[in-house]
Design a binder for this molecule. Structure first.
Ligand code: NDP
Ligand code: 2IT
Length: 449
């Protein structure tokens, strides 16, 4: 697809020139601008107020040095980022990613997507993202702690419970959030809900750990239901074996599907009997080891090296839960050829634009990331609420609210797509529904001079 609206074409051209070195950011912007066209065509007021020109430029980008001392006593230096993208509907909210691939393009694509995702949750959260090129793999707990403390020593100046509330993402789980939160508290002499994904004893929310993965399945379930289908008896392939993938697999299994393959960045395991999640949790959550271990421990399971192979495994349902652009056109075609009927994205932007076209032109049900994986940040929003009211809800209360939010998000996407002549196109529906709320809020709040 490309632009027929010349205003949107010119906005995109400007971003493409200004941020020519940021391919992931441009990919995310292009998809949103292409799909909000039917709204923009009938809203000259938004165009006149420069709402879209403003939306594609982050409100603030902070880049900083993170120096820390490794176990050998050597000084190490990493780069830290926080992209405060849009605060129209609430404090900046979004995760921190620690991975060697982190750069400004990846931070900006994630921050941009987060704005629309957070808007879809119906909760008052703006969009932001941050992280570092620090690689937690192979580091000792002490090294991770010292890195997190140094990272927060700078980040602390820019965040706060009413300003910007970070959480986890790739490479940032409960351990890292704990160290980061501890350092914030130490520096400020203040306990507040400045981070989400905290441990349960010190203000974390029950069900936050499960929320993104469960939410992907709640969204998938709505998509299936709307088309007279269920999870029952289906075969599922889930990439990744981190936080999102594990709890996506858990809920898919509860719903009656058989998860036959999972992966990490070194390769994938296939288990025709259905993946034993206790073994995966032991390897990944407890030992922080490689997924190839699974094949050594479970009879009949096979490990295959390489990242793309997992998409050649025959399945009915595919849920990519690892990283961006992990499904290219070739992998998408393999899924289609093997009879896959539905894809729900747990990772952020896991399908390339070509892959999405292949899914859509072959009439697969397709749930885009910013809708399907919004359960994590939605439950972060619920954690913020619990911190503010100084109460903790039970697991079931939070899970029920999460389920309700995912049902609403699916309905909002489906309804927006229909209202703007794109029935069944949940990519357009998610972008349009997310966009309208932010755009109206920016209009109402005026332009700052
Ligand atoms: P984790 O760090 O817990 O797990 C990441 C998983 O993806 C690991 O299995 C990892 O393998 C794999 N992976 C990471 N990078 C790559 C890569 N470049 N190539 C292949 N595999 C890779 O992260 P999460 O589960 O939290 O995040 C997974 C995805 O979900 C990300 O896209 C994230 O942005 C998104 N997301 C996360 C949310 C959350 O609440 N945590 C909420 C919404 C979206 P390995 O161990 O080998 O690196
Ligand atoms: O991409 C995401 O939505 C997340 N990593 C979760 C963000 C959050 O603030 O919980």
């Amino acid at each position: 697809m490309s632009f027929t609206n010349s205003y949107l074409a010119s906005v995109y051209e400007k971003v493409a020139t200004r941020d020519a070195d940021q391919p992931e950011f441009l990919q995310a912007v292009k998809e949103v601008l292409e799909t909000i066209e039917p709204v923009v065509n009938e809203r000259p007021d938004l165009v006149n107020a420069g709402v879209i020109d403003r939306m594609v430029e982050p409100e603030r980008v902070i880049v900083f040095r993170v120096s820390w001392v490794d176990d050998a006593g050597k000084v190490q230096v990493n780069r830290g980022f926080r992209v405060q993208f849009n605060s129209a509907i609430g404090p900046y909210k979004g995760g921190l990613r620690f991975h060697p691939s982190v750069n400004l393009s990846i931070m900006k694509f994630l921050g941009f997507e987060q704005c629309f995702k957070n808007s879809l949750t119906g909760l008052p959260m703006g969009g932001g993202k941050g992280g570092s090129d620090f690689d937690p793999k192979g580091k000792s707990d002490g090294e991770v702690m010292r890195f997190c403390q140094s990272f927060m020593t700078e980040l602390e100046k820019h965040i706060g419970q009413f300003t910007d509330v970070p959480a986890g993402d790739i490479g940032v789980g409960a351990r890292e959030v704990g160290y980061l939160f501890g350092q914030y508290k130490r520096l400020r002499n203040e306990y507040s809900g400045v981070m989400t994904g905290k441990g349960i004893p010190y203000g974390g929310s029950l069900a936050r750990k499960q929320a993104t993965g469960y939410g992907v399945c709640y969204y998938m379930n709505e998509m299936l239901k709307d088309n007279g289908l269920t999870f029952e008896g289906k075969t599922a392939v889930i990439s990744g074996s981190g936080n999102v993938a594990i709890y996506c697999a858990e809920k898919a299994t509860t719903y009656g599907a058989k998860v036959v393959a999972m992966s990490d960045s070194s390769g994938y395991v296939y288990d025709a009997n259905g993946i034993n999640l206790d073994v995966i949790k032991q390897i990944k959550e407890v030992e922080r080891a490689r997924i190839s271990e699974y094949a050594k421990r479970v009879d009949g399971a096979v490990f295959t090296p390489g990242c793309n192979g997992i998409w050649t495994v025959k399945c009915d349902l595919a849920m990519p839960c690892a990283t961006q652009n992990e499904i290219n056109a070739e992998s998408a075609q393999a899924l289609v050829d093997n009879g896959c009927i539905a894809v729900a994205e747990g990772a952020n932007m896991p399908s390339t634009p070509d892959a999405i076209s292949i899914f859509q032109s072959n009439k697969l049900l397709f749930g885009p990331a910013k809708a399907a994986n919004a359960g994590g940040v939605a439950t972060s929003g619920l954690e913020m609420t619990q911190n503010s009211i100084r109460l903790s809800w039970s697991f079931d209360e939070v899970d029920e609210k999460l389920h309700g939010i995912m049902v609403n998000i699916y309905a909002a996407c489906a309804n927006a797509a229909k209202a703007y002549g794109r029935e069944g196109d949940l990519v357009a529906g998610a972008n349009i529904a997310g966009f309208i709320k932010i755009a109206e809020s920016m209009m109402a709040q005026g332009v700052a001079y």
